[in-house]
Design a protein around this ligand. Structure first.
Ligand code: MLT
Ligand code: MN
Length: 297
């Protein structure tokens, strides 16, 4: 299985347009230690020819432009894209569907809750309704047309997206991780870009994967408040912090296989390659995913 990180940052990207924090300032100055990053998503393939995507960020247009394997065949409108799978209804995971609205030559899959919550409350998404299927939690489905990759959505602790808060009730299907397995080899990827707490079921999913890409939004619980007085903490925003006794790093450090953080917020000190926080993550055997990272498993 081949995995390409299309975008490694959380919603807002780096630099985030309204942020004058250290990371955003340095990214604007093209500091090589704090490279600019796009909003979150992955592409996966078995043969490097046909691809599927997990999560459609608002940056999908530029992410596709900078990835030739997903360009249309010259002289045609044939794009080698099979499926876009969505782990939640968060805007940084779904706005890209509207960016691709010129053609509906692929299919979309999410849980029923995610599909219905978006379609019921956002008229523009009705454009993509005809290609949008729902999958049950923990049920294996074919991700690609050839059936070489199997995808399962598994439930993770999280939150209802803020724009849906008064409109939709929380449900086990609100936020998921994905397990993607290559049928021929058994190689297994877990991708969990939003995670409020590391419960035992999520830990078991992460532990059983050969490669895992995990929510690294915040390094510490109060990080956003330091930039934005009155901001909620990480738990209220649905993200387990990296550091601390209940943080994700302590739990991920001992796992076999390979682990990357993804979906880092622009405030996260790990985005500075020279920071002590980055060094601490690496000492625990965990890496920070960059835009364009390619992983083979
Ligand atoms: C999140 O990851 O918590 C959301 O993407 C935040 C948002 O609403 O932009
Ligand atoms: Mn997000």
């Amino acid at each position: 299985m081949k995995v390409r990180v299309l975008g490694s940052c959380a919603g807002g990207g780096l630099p985030q347009w309204n942020c004058g924090g250290d990371n955003s300032v340095r990214a604007r100055r093209n500091d090589p230690d704090v490279p600019a990053r796009t909003q979150p998503g992955l592409a996966v393939s078995t043969d490097g020819v046909r691809w599927s995507i997990v999560n459609a960020s608002p940056d999908l247009r530029t992410q596709l432009a900078s990835f030739p394997p997903l360009h249309p065949k010259p002289g045609t409108r044939d794009v080698p894209l099979d499926t876009i799978a969505l782990t939640s209804a968060e805007l940084d995971h779904v706005l890209g569907l509207l960016v691709l609205r010129e053609a509906l030559s692929f299919r979309i899959v999410s849980t029923r809750w995610v599909r219905d919550a978006i379609l019921e409350h956002n008229a523009a998404w009705r454009l993509v309704e005809p290609i949008w299927g729902a999958a049950s939690l923990d049920a294996p489905i074919a991700l690609d047309r050839a059936g070489a990759l199997e995808l399962r959505f598994f439930p993770v602790p999280a939150k209802v997206p803020s724009y849906l808060r008064e409109l939709a009730k929380p449900h086990a299907e609100t936020t998921t991780g994905v397990r993607i397995t290559e049928r021929a080899t058994g190689a297994r990827l877990a991708f969990v870009p939003g995670l409020a707490a590391l419960d035992s079921a999520t830990m078991a999913e992460l532990a059983a994967a050969d490669v895992r890409l995990v929510d690294g939004t915040f390094f510490t619980a109060g990080e956003l408040r330091a930039m934005k007085p009155g901001a909620p903490d990480a738990a209220a925003m649905g993200h387990v912090p990296i550091a601390g006794a209940d943080g994700s790093l302590a739990a991920l450090a001992d796992l076999p296989g390979r682990t990357w953080y993804v979906h880092m917020n622009c405030t996260n000190p790990v985005l500075d390659a020279t920071s002590p926080e980055r060094a601490r993550v690496r000492r625990a055997g965990v890496e920070i995913a960059d835009d364009g990272l390619e992983i083979e498993l």
